[in-house]
Design a protein around this ligand. Sequence first.
Ligand code: SF4
Length: 183
Amino acid sequence: MSTPPLKGRILLHVCCAPCSTVAVERLLEEGWGVVLFFSNSNIHPGEEYCKRLAEARSLASTMELELVEDVYDHKAWLECVRGLENEPERGRRCLKCFQYNLRRTAATMEHLGLDCFTTTLTVSRHKSSGDIFAVAAALPGFIAMDFKKRDGYARSIALSRTLELYRQGYCGCEFSMVRRGTK
Ligand code: SF4
């Protein structure tokens, strides 16, 4: 079987290692050269951030991919969503949150000289892919990829079990810290 041609180099915003499994699988199948970008200042507390980052590092190592790590600045993120603390999940706070992380991803793509970027956020069944695309459409270089399609969420769970990845029980910020089962 011949290797598919390389489409280009894409920066993949990684929300967490479990969601990244299926996204990486699909991008590699499609012939992309993938660089991972961990940018998640939304995560609280810091211990949880470190745990998720460690899993992303482990996945990058397993898949032999480069992982670029953003700075963690939860204070700046809180400032960004100020006034929206009581919004429900999938509400306006989440749109701001997507914007915060995806703007940083777009800037990093440009800084690294990559061709385009996308995000693993569309894997989660708790997030609207349409909302994510609407926020990201304004950012140059964004490619809309709906990783939920073709049972992407179920595939991410299966791959995460195989790789024994930690699967968090809440989205990430302190406002989402209500036990809701796995992401
Ligand atoms: S619930 Fe999730 S997507 Fe929404 S603001 Fe919190 S961390 Fe961001």
